[in-house]
Ligand binder design. Structure first.
Ligand code: AMP
Ligand code: MG
Length: 406
């Protein structure tokens, strides 16, 4: 057996961020930027009114001790530009967001003005009031966003406001998911004797989507020599990563293992439970993860090896889930030669988090995963965790941190 860290290092060291790609703005949501963006114009681009009212020259009000009687010479609405200049003694009716006429320097809100028969009486206290200055948000040429920035909804909005319709990002990895096994049936077809439904490819595809990747399920591949290789060849050029489940142990009909060896990769027994047999290779440069067949092993392997790889490909600086310390509410046993990842539910108590196993340790018990908020990490060398002991929990259902497990 090899240590968990060694396998993780082996798998992740060869994974690189995907080459940048220009995508439409909205498709970039949640991804990482791969270019520097500067604004080609100031933001806001021009001086404008922040209230509905009258554009005036402050000098007129100054002369009248903060009041003036002005001639209304027209109107400027949002989206229009006033032709010509505004002169002393004149006012222009202006809408919120409309460009200030040249010459004007102050806006008097409607509430402080009375208009009658082409003349308006205005009151004001300060020069420049209710004017949004050009460049107040960003100066022309200023950096809007830098490589590596996460494209949050607000940043996407800001990029649109400087005229961008698309941006260069680290794209979503296209992930092909293949399940191997003669026993597997695609739901909802009927189950024959000895057959089970393929759950792994749904589990994995959904996990990939959750992290931001593009998953497609490539269907069930039979247990026969060469079958997997011909499937991979058929999907050539359509995936950035391939995930295969099943057939990586030492059984007579475990052919994923053979493929990994043929591709010059490695199959190892990694000192974890569940998820001990692991394979990794490259098919024409594309990383291929050969994961075990048991659904719980699939989940744990994904969390430990695949998810970090996908985040690295998407240019994220951190690949780890949040971890909390929790008090184990029940005693648990663990194989001392391995690190155990035990499915637990979490609850926030007065003195911190409490963890409780969601079921047995068997790696076929997928419901224990469906009920879990995280994976309690039972380190190597530990064979018993007594009730009340403190454990570290990798939080896989991050909503629990907000809800407290209620
Ligand atoms: P294997 O690694 O191929 O020996 O499979 C280990 C166990 O996982 C066996 O009990 C398989 O039936 C089960 N298994 C393999 N693939 C899947 C799958 N896609 N969905 C559900 N169970 C599976
Ligand atoms: Mg199998």
């Amino acid at each position: 057996m090899i240590p968990l860290e060694e396998w993780k290092e082996y798998v992740l060291s060869g994974i690189e961020p995907l080459p940048p790609m220009e995508v439409p703005l909205l498709e970039a949501a949640g991804l990482r930027l791969a270019e520097e963006v500067r604004t080609p114009h100031p933001l806001p681009p021009f001086d404008s009114a922040s209230m509905d009212g009258y554009a005036v020259l402050w000098e007129d009000l100054l002369a009248g001790g903060g009041e003036a009687q002005l001639r209304v010479v027209g109107e400027v609405r949002a989206g229009q530009a006033w032709q010509g200049r505004l002169f002393r003694g004149e006012a222009v009716r202006i809408s919120t967001g409309a460009a200030l006429p040249p010459g004007a320097d102050t806006v008097i809100p409607k509430e402080h003005a009375e208009e009658t028969e082409g003349r308006v009486r205005v009151r004001g206290r300060e020069k420049g009031a209710f004017v949004r200055g050009a460049g107040e948000d960003l100066r022309e040429g200023e950096v809007v966003a830098s490589p590596g920035d996460q494209l949050t909804p607000a940043l996407l909005g800001l990029l649109a406001s400087v005229g961008r319709a698309s941006v260069k990002v680290r794209p979503r990895p296209r992930v092909g998911v293949f399940a191997t096994g003669d026993e597997l049936v695609e739901p909802p077809a009927g189950l024959g004797p000895g057959r089970i439904y393929d759950s792994n490819s749904y589990l994995l595809a959904a996990l990939v989507r959750e992290v931001g990747g593009k998953a497609f399920r490539g269907g069930v591949v039979p247990d026969s020599p060469g079958a997997l290789e011909s499937v991979l060849s058929a999907w050539r050029g359509q995936a950035d990563v391939v995930l295969v489940t099943g057939g990586v142990s030492a059984g007579d009909h475990d052919y994923s293992r053979d493929l990994v060896s043929k591709l010059g990769g490695r199959v190892e027994r990694v000192a974890i439970q569940p998820g001990m047999p692991q394979g990794f290779a490259r098919f024409e440069g594309i990383p291929v993860f050969a994961l075990p067949g048991n659904p719980v092993s699939v989940f744990v392997s994904y969390e430990l090896f695949v998810r970090p790889a996908l985040l690295k490909m998407m240019g994220f600086p951190r690949w780890e889930r949040p971890r909390v310390r929790a008090m184990m509410e029940e005693p648990v046993a663990s194989p001392p030669e391995k690190v155990q990842f035990l499915r637990v539910s979490l609850k926030r108590k007065a003195l911190g988090w409490a963890a409780r196993p969601t079921g047995g340790a068997g790696s076929h018990l997928l419901r224990t995963v469906a009920l879990a908020d995280g994976l309690a990490v039972i380190p190597r060398g530990v064979s018993q965790v007594p009730a009340g002991a403190s454990v570290e929990v990798v939080v896989t259902r991050e909503e629990v941190l907000l809800s407290g497990g209620l």
